[in-house]
Design a protein around this ligand. Sequence first.
Ligand code: WT7
Length: 570
Amino acid sequence: MDRPPIIAKTPALLRVPPNAPLSFEESRRALAGLPGGGLNIAHEAVDRHAAGPRATRVAIRWRGAQGARRDVTYRELGALSNRFANVYRSLGVGKGDVVFVLCGRIPELYAAVLGGLKCGAAVSPLFAAFGPEPLKTRINLGHGKVLVTTEALYERKVSKVAGEMPTLAHVLKVDAAADRAKLDAASDRFAIERTTADDVSFLHFTSGTTGMPKGAQHVHGAAVMHYATGKVALDLHDEDVFWCTADPGWITGTSYGIVAPLLHGVTSVVDEAEFDAERWYGILEAEQVSVWYTAPTAIRMLMKAGVELAKRRTYPALRFIASVGEPLNPEAVWWGMDAFGMPIHDNWWQTETGGIMIANTAAMDVKPGSMGKPLPGIEAAIARRGEHGVRLIEHAEQQGELVLQAGWPSMFRGYLDQEERYRKCFADGWYFTGDLAKRDADGYYWFVGRADDVIKSAGHLIGPFEVESALMEHPAVAQAGVIGKPDPTLGEMVKAFVELKPGNEWSEELRLSILGHARKRLGAAVAPKEIAVSKALPRTRSGKIMRRLLKARELGLPEGDTSTLEESGE
Ligand code: WT7
């Protein structure tokens, strides 16, 4: 079927006119600032609403995995986060400290995060599907002082590496009687630490091609960006019920699952359970979700379940759907038209950008397959970095690296303890994203691929080095090379190739043993789905595993021709 290249605004959008573009200056003015000066995300997100006309509005509408429901109002969230802040402070936590939060998607997570911001600490939410190894790595890299978790997660994960995190001084289990009592006894009033726009708010770990994850440092001033993009990219209006399906262990779930909706004082749906097509449609209908922010893998899983399932219910409140994290295929955009009567609006950003940079906004026509256009105040370009500096590619349709003019409010301010790595991301005032893209004649950007070897599986960025390191802990493994193998649902799946130590024979039993080891150490979200043996992994002269060659072989491409593979970032 021939389809037009553009989808014009749909009836749901015309019913509620899209927000007008707004500048960062206007967004800055929309924030209150701390009484007496300074800026703190938690004050903007919760306290100013808790003290105003939105006090009794539902901030978090929680649906438990087992059917429980809980509504938390802005006033209650303000009080609960104050309790956390008081407990942290009693533990000596303040500016310069890092609080890690490893809870599933439960209301306490939101209060624990906001409480950390209130006492001036940097907060780092962790993904509950990580295994003990990635958790330990991040807590150690971040010099974590406090970990907030649950009894079950402590038992299943943290206890396995409990003695291996030297900086960790305190563990708070939100459902343990003793810690509950501490929180209950703490005051529900708290004077927020005087932070400024340049003080660190969040520490988000992200992966590169080489080495362990990098802790991207974000600042309180990012609130300006989250406010602006909440309005322009997600089209949040005053009465909206918003559902961001991302877990706060990834930056989408923090910037847009916690901060942006609360800044706008809307109601946020939080679902504790994992993906389930029926459940999700039920939530969209029953909670009257009006703005929905999700991811391509989830949409592809819904598509797999059949459009009839979507059509069994009605979604009269739904007005705007957005997606992020990996390429959104044009079919998925069109499927949105079929299932919900509206396209899915792709947008682009990354951990380092802190907020949405490029988007198909509600005010724009959608080009299926394109990430959209740079938001107001964002200057993007396609560039090449060479010996003679940065060369911008002015011509439409030409591929290069996607770059952004440095200085937007939510730009990361460093990789913790890795100044050199941070510096290398910038040249001539441009930030280099590591993504290859092109721009068309209408100014829409199209994603081409990654410029490095990181893997995107189900929207999650996975560093091959971290996986290879865990595999090499297995007694039979000498070397490992890990790649992203194209997968119709996940985008990419993690595939590992292992070289065995002398004296080991490849067998089904050994394969399962290595797979089991990886799952136990890394967790289901990161562990390889496939493991194959290799007699001799391809290496460069300096001994580095050539992942690109492994990938070429896997895809059946001629070994000399790696032209369709992404260029190595090395
Ligand atoms: C990488 C960033 C988006 C914030 C959460 C993930 C890829 C992101 C798109 C898109 C194609 C996309 C890029 C980017 N990516 N959005 N709309 N189309 N690719 O942040 O884990 O730091 O990952 O995700 O490669 O660099 P992240």
